[in-house]
Write a new protein. Sequence first.
Length: 167
Amino acid sequence: MTGNKQYHLKRVFSLAALLLFLAVNPVEAEDMPDFDSLNDFAMRYAAAWSSQDPQSLASFYSQNGALTINGGTPSLGREAIEETARDFMAAFPDMLVELTALEQDGGKLVFHWHWTGTNNGPGGTGNAVDLNGYEVWTMDADGLIAESLGHYDADEYQRQVNAANAR
């Protein structure tokens, strides 16, 4: 088996193990911290996305946490999440993520955000982005993100990044 296939197979098994763990050990709504603490966590998370410090962002996730963006391949584990954050931070060195709302939906949290930045990183277009989106979080028993399912309008993102009026 090639290294790439082994890597993807490991990611599939890791995701399956995470989903099994969450199914057996969900964080119930009544076990959630108070809303003020959750809101503070969300504000610090947004600041971490804006920090240009991918390790800081990854620290909000459990050791085996998962970040999935728009139904793509999940980033499994802190190292992979850190790499995903690094890619965004490199592409948008002035990236700013702001918390716009936080909702509790049963045992999940919905983190709504507003993202602005300029695609001035390596190979960037020089175009600005201004997007809204959200992440659905499953928290672990330690108050860290076990799973984040992120969503934004990918077509609008592409339109803004590739706009004809670059630079």
